[in-house]
Write a protein that binds this ligand. Structure first.
Ligand code: HT7
Ligand code: ZN
Length: 844
């Protein structure tokens, strides 16, 4: 397969002035008629006329009304065209019913829907399917579907047709069409300038009761973007549609966002608190793309982080404002370390702005999204709050309607602030997670922090230049008072010292507050100091981090030599969780433990070979020891944090439930499952029900609850996804692969639905010691199913190959077993470009 390089970018030879599309819908033979006005692009080096197209049945092609025969070339067609503006017309036939890849126009449960990002539009009709070609689209949909939607504002509609016009020039990846038997949950929003916008959440009949939360989230997002960034909505309608079969979470198509139903449908009975929080964030994310992605889009796919990093940053700001900022930050860092650090330290490491790819779908990664968002956060820290919003105003003013680049973005910041950001740009170009090692000195009232930065080699990049790193630091004196409030140290050298003067005694440093940079901090700190920081730090993130470091230290000692958990950790955590003046959500997070994968990564970082079974056992032992040590506290917390008011998906109620459920899972280890069974029996919401089910499965007492849960929810696909994954994730390691295998034979298992596939095989891949069981059964089963899924859905297959990305961490036996599976997948006949690229990179 061909590799595409950023350095080879050239603009398209033609501008598109207008696009008229007619869809004659038929499940297995949809006709797409296009009429596109092209004019020469004076900025392009040549006027070669190439249009993308894949799996299209050509019916006719005309230039300025005359029939013409295109030349078929790789990935599309070429035509001889006039060297002046002209009209291109084509008719093609496509087969949505046969489209299992879920890219382009496809059917989901009898509903027509599209997914065009990144390169799906070329499966709909001939077109310059690249993000720097922007045009206004007019669409006519002809068919008998009760509801027929496209981008922009509605035009005429009547028996068998509906017209849509989107006045805002957009790239083809933002095109969307939905048609089917849908019902709406309607509402409206009045923008700051007084414009009425009609809002709809469209769902299948029966799901009407699960739309209200999403609609509220949408209205909050619209108001927040006006208040925070001064960005108003720009069409008369905003439609959201829920679709069951979808490769990712949601898609920001102009005026017609399409959502994986798991990311929009919500009700207390069927959704957990975590689901509610995620849905609110994803609705906000897609809505915010209207300005950061749609009005200003990307020049080419190498610039993907321009829209994704910024939009993730914006949605995190939104969640922090709607809920608790420290809790959101801690959750995000847990996720960043679990997914992005893992990626950055393995064979799939790539820069936030990659410089080459084979299949762009493989670059919708934690690095582009989450690390991309961290870069925006660092920029904001470096330039300050006011300058950040000044720069954003300039960005919107200067680039509205553009397909922009990271250079454009950084130039805006340079122009708005006068800062030179050339060193900051390395964050976009260099892969790998920097490691900061810190030592300190104190003499005559002067405290010195010596910091070294180093970034390990990553594929294709052996040498790394030092980056500018904003390191937020505060100092506490030994009685717990803050003697130096948070200050930002700007590290620019490979090694640098920072001095604080006039101190009465040696302070305790609190370094990297609020996780001010996506780095690994290495600093020798005693457990007594960690306990001190857990009790006294004024920065909530670093308080949590101190507790996490204590837990890591305890666990690593247990894994390495079977040490018993020390009292430093147990006592410090106990003091915190007993303190009812502390936010219950914070206490629940402090009770959380590092994942099996994070521990494996830590051991690997210390040049030790992780044993997945030993990691699992250490975690189990620590959970048991904590349960025994905290029994009375857990009993009290469980009673104290029962929510007695009717269920509401608020941060406050969610915090109480998470602490009560953490207490329940401790007590579950001591009472033979009695409390969990009672909670399961009494639950009137999914948060309580699923927590109880998970606890029962983990205690090997889940048989009845598993059967009852299925009976209760067998008609709800999204709840049954939870049923599939809970049985695998909470299984004992030696059982996980066999249970997953049995579940793949369940009548409700289907590999055509990505949610169900992920709930089963994805759950296995995330099950730590279950997936990595020494038998190799987990590897074998996953490989079997990836081979089966690839011909149907390459995008989802390729993404799930990341389960194997950590293979070089493990012992030679496991490595050999995984390598065998990787070669088996690679040898599958007609393996997709997506999966071939992933496996090849993983093999290294
Ligand atoms: N911009 C979207 C990314 C995307 C996608 C979404 C659904 C299915 C396939 C997709 N390929 C790329 C989602 C987002 O970041 O908002
Ligand atoms: Zn996005």
């Amino acid at each position: 397969p061909q590799t595409i390089y950023l350095k080879d970018y050239t603009p398209f030879g033609w501008r598109v002035e207008s696009v008229y599309l007619t869809f004659r819908l038929a499940a297995s033979a949809t006709r797409v008629l296009s009429k596109i006005r092209f004019a020469p692009n004076p900025d392009a080096p040549d006027q070669r006329f190439f249009l993308h197209g894949e799996n299209l049945d050509p019916i006719s092609t005309r230039i300025d009304g005359s029939e013409t025969t295109p030349r078929a070339v790789a990935g599309g067609i070429e035509l001889d065209v006039p060297d002046a503006p002209f009209t291109f017309e084509a008719e093609v036939e496509i087969n949505p019913a046969a489209n299992t890849a879920l890219e382009g126009l496809y059917m989901s449960n009898g509903m027509y829907c599209t997914q065009c990002e990144a390169e799906g539009f070329r499966k709909i009709t001939w077109y310059p399917d690249r993000p720097d070609v922007m045009a206004p689209f007019s669409v006519r949909i002809e068919g008998s579907e009760p509801v027929m939607l496209s981008n922009g504002n509605p035009g005429a509609s009547g028996d068998g047709f509906a017209d849509w016009h989107d006045p805002w020039p957009k790239p083809a990846y933002l095109f969307a069409l939905v048609a089917g038997d849908l019902v709406t949950h309607p509402d409206s929003f009045t923008t700051a300038s007084g414009k009425q916008v009609e809002l709809n959440v469209w769902v299948r009949p029966g799901d009407e009761g699960k739309c209200a939360f999403g609609m509220e989230a949408l209205k909050k997002s619209m108001a927040w973007d006006e208040a925070t960034y001064g960005r108003e909505y720009d069409l008369d309608v905003f439609n959201i549609v829920a679709v069951d079969d979808f490769n990712m979470g949601a898609m920001e198509n102009k005026g017609l966002n399409i959502f994986n139903s798991s990311c929009v449908l919500a009700s207390p009975e069927t959704s957990t608190d975590a689901n509610f929080e995620r849905i609110e964030a994803i609705i906000a994310h897609e809505y915010f793309h209207n300005w950061t992605g749609n009005r200003i889009t990307c020049r080419d796919w190498f610039q993907l982080c321009l829209k994704e990093g910024l939009t993730v940053f914006r949605d995190a700001q939104f969640t922090a404002d709607m809920r608790s900022a420290p809790v959101k930050r801690i959750e995000d860092v847990i996720m960043l370390r679990g997914r992005q650090f893992r990626e950055d330290n393995g064979p799939l490491a790539h820069p936030v702005r990659p410089d080459s790819f084979v299949e762009i779908n493989n670059f919708y990664t934690a690095t582009v999204y989450e690390k991309g968002a961290e870069l925006i956060g660092m920029l904001k820290t470096l330039v300050g709050h006011d300058a950040y919003y000044r720069a954003l105003d300039l960005y919107f003013d200067r680039h509205d309607g553009d397909a922009a680049t990271i250079e454009d973005w950084l130039t805006v910041f340079e122009d708005a602030t006068g800062r030179d950001l050339s060193q900051f740009k390395r964050w976009y170009d260099q892969a790998g997670t920097p490691r900061l090692s810190v030592t300190d000195d104190f003499k005559d009232g002067t405290y010195i922090l010596n910091i070294k930065q180093e970034t390990p080699a990553t594929p294709g990049q052996t040498r790394k230049a030092p980056r500018i790193i904003p390191i937020a630091v505060g100092l506490l004196n030994p009685n717990g008072d803050e003697v130096q409030p948070t200050t930002i140290l700007e590290m620019t050298e490979a090694e640098q010292s920072f001095t604080f003067e006039g101190l009465a005694s040696k302070p305790v440093p609190s370094i990297l507050r609020d996780f001010s940079a996506p780095v690994i901090l290495e600093h020798e700190v005693s457990n007594a100091t960690r306990a001190f920081l857990l009790a006294h730090d004024t920065d909530p993130f670093n308080r949590w981090q101190a507790g996490r470091d204590l837990a890591l230290d305890t666990l690593l000692n247990m894994i390495r030599d079977g040490a018993v958990p020390g009292t430093d950790y147990l006592d410090a955590l106990h003091t915190l969780i007993r303190d009812d003046t502390q936010d219950p959500a914070f206490r629940a997070l402090a009770l959380g433990l590092p994942s099996q994968d994070e521990l494996a990564q830590m051991l690997h970082d210390h040049c030790e070979t992780p044993d997945p079974q030993a990691i699992w056992e250490a975690l189990e032992t620590l959970k048991q020891v904590r349960a025994e040590a905290y029994q009375d506290t857990a009993t009290r917390l469980y009673a104290r944090y029962q929510v007695t008011e009717p269920f509401a998906p608020t941060a406050e109620q969610s915090a109480a439930r998470s602490l009560a459920n953490a207490a329940m899972s401790m007590l579950n280890r001591l009472d033979g499952g009695a409390l969990a069974q009672k909670q399961f029996d009494d639950a009137d919401n999914m948060t309580q029900q699923l927590a109880a089910l998970s606890a029962l499965i983990a205690a090997d007492k889940g048989e009845t609850a598993v059967a009852r849960f299925y009976q209760q929810w067998r008609h709800d696909r999204l709840v049954i996804d939870k049923w599939f994954s809970a049985q695998i994730v909470h299984a004992r390691p030696e059982d996980a692969a066999a249970i997953a295998k049995t579940l793949t034979q369940h009548p409700d298992f289907t590999m055509k639905n990505p949610n169900r596939f992920r709930a089963t095989l994805g759950a296995l891949a995330m099950s730590g010691a279950g997936f990595h069981h020494a038998s190799g059964d987990g590897y074998d089963l996953l490989a079997d199913w990836l081979i089966k899924l690839d011909p149907l859905n390459p995008q989802t297959t390729a993404r799930m190959c990341t389960a194997f990305e950590t293979w070089k961490r493990y012992d030679t036996d496991r490595q050999a077993k995984i390598e065998t599976q990787l070669h088996r997948i690679l040898a599958a006949p007609d393996l997709s470009r997506d999966t071939t690229e992933m496996i090849t990179r993983i093999l290294g």
